[in-house]
Design a protein around this ligand. Structure first.
Ligand code: 4AD
Ligand code: MG
Length: 441
């Protein structure tokens, strides 16, 4: 069993975070709290790489120089134990970031058992995900999650500056936003309820109170497909704006994405380096092609599909690989879209909607468009798609009480992060992924 030594307030001993220690001048005395990320002995010197929430630093203890008790603790300490280290900052070219701590104090706070995540134990990627509660401490996983954190912070920052109100919507719902095929059903005190697929319908109610709203919350899809881009639970960033057209909303998506990516690029260069991703922020404007043009490109590359359906994954992959920055596909047929999409008055067979596609084969990252704001048109559409009118009664009701033309979009955080970080599988873009085959840990 892992062992905790003294039940005292360790926080009061800490003088520096690791990132602050790395900025300290040589000769300064620092005390850190953290985890043993790696350890090696070279002759009479023991090196440990210490990790805290702010970074990594190398510390060194030398026989004959370092206090005996501290050196003994360094010898005993195992990987991933938590420690308190005190010592003097010294410059050392060979140390990561050119600074090292010459150890004076070394106390083990919680001794870890033998760390199970070793190179020889990793026989398949699923081992890492079976042990995700531990493997998230790995350098790459930490870097991806720091980029995720920056992305989300920057989206909030963007929406705040643009005058959007942050709202929260329920995750237990009775009205399906994106069709019955991917609904998770649950028993709600004897009635059927679902886990939400999108906050959009609630955002549409909220715009009459706040005009511009955004939401970041989990969305659930009972995706039967085992692919590298589908999760069953993911985080969706959605925005909805009163009086806005589809055109306005595409501009908003473009501005948001450019802001988020340039922020990550500026703040996370070290993390991008660690995960080995070479990436430069895209410049606006993003190219636009129509559904018909997308279909022609796909057909010219040997992928046939009938007009009116969703763009098949194979075709989306090819399209995505033919661009070097994100692009919009507009003018999706009515038959390929959910009930709420507004038809284009210039061509009633298509919708005022678009998908935003990431380049390099990463595919769809966002969907947006203008919503039907007229009561009768919406009712007719609900009936045509044979959806249960009762469960949309409140949503229809909005159309009776001053709902203006409006538009919005939803962007999948994990899809966006997968592209930014260049990840093979979407599961690496979330801390505890949920897929068709995984609900643990
Ligand atoms: O395209 P979707 O289904 O659109 C909506 O839900 C709209 N109601 C959003 C809105 O207009 N407010 O989902 C939006 C985005 C997708 O483009 C994709 O990035 C992500 O959510 N997404 C998924 N991400 C991971 N796993 C899945 N199974 C996903 N399904 C959708
Ligand atoms: Mg979509």
């Amino acid at each position: 069993m892992g062992k905790i030594f003294e039940d005292i307030n360790w926080l009061k001993f800490r003088t520096h975070s690791i990132s602050d220690a790395l900025k300290s001048d040589k000769g300064e005395y620092v005390r850190l709290l953290g985890w043993i990320a790696s350890k090696r002995a070279m002759g009479k010197i023991i090196f440990c790489l210490i990790r805290d929430g702010s970074g990594f630093i190398q510390v060194a203890g030398k026989e004959g120089i370092t206090d005996e008790k501290a050196l003994d603790a360094m010898k005993r300490v195992s990987l991933e134990s938590t420690v308190m280290v005190g010592g003097l900052i010294r410059d050392d070219e060979r140390a990561p970031k050119g600074k090292e701590i010459s150890v004076k104090e070394f106390k083990i706070i919680a001794l870890s058992e033998k760390w199970p995540i070793t190179k020889s134990a990793i026989k398949s990627p699923s081992f890492l995900y079976d042990n995700r509660h531990l493997s998230i401490r790995g350098r790459k996983a930490i870097s991806i999650m720091k980029i995720r954190s920056e992305l989300i912070y920057s989206s909030f920052d963007f929406f705040k500056k643009q005058g959007f109100h942050l709202i929260n919507a329920p995750t237990l719902v009775q009205s399906a936003c994106e069709g019955g095929a991917t609904l998770f059903n649950l028993n709600y005190f004897g009635k059927i309820a679902f886990l939400t697929q999108s906050a959009q319908l609630y955002e549409e109610a909220a715009i009459c109170a706040f005009e511009k709203v955004f939401v970041l919350q989990p969305a659930f899809r009972a995706e039967k497909s085992k692919t590298a881009k589908h999760l069953t639970e993911f985080w969706m960033l959605e925005a909805e704006q009163a009086f806005a057209t589809h055109e306005d909303i595409m501009k908003l998506e473009e501005d948001l994405l450019c802001h988020m990516i340039s922020n990550v690029f500026e703040k996370c260069s070290e993390e991008l380096r660690i995960i080995g991703r070479k990436f430069s922020p895209p410049d606006p404007p993003f190219p636009r092609i129509t559904y018909d043009e997308a279909r022609e490109i796909a057909i010219s590359k040997g992928i046939e599909f009938e007009w009116g359906g969703d763009i098949p994954t194979e075709a989306e992959n090819i399209l995505s690989k033919s661009f070097d920055k994100p692009f919009f596909i507009t003018g999706y047929p009515l038959s390929a879209r959910s009930f709420y999409h507004m038809a284009d008055p210039k061509d009633e067979r298509i919708t005022l909607s678009s998908d935003l596609i990431a380049p390099e084969g990463y595919g769809e990252i966002a969907t947006g468009g203008q919503r039907i704001h007229d009561y009768n048109t919406l009712l007719e559409r609900i009936r045509k798609q044979e959806l249960p009118v009762e469960s949309f009664s409140w949503y229809l009701d909005l159309r009776r009480y001053g709902l203006p033309p409006h538009s919005g979009f939803g962007i999948g955080i994990e899809r966006l992060l997968r592209w930014i970080c260049g990840l093979k599988h979407i599961r690496a873009s979330t801390l505890f992924p949920r897929t068709i085959t995984r609900i643990n840990p």
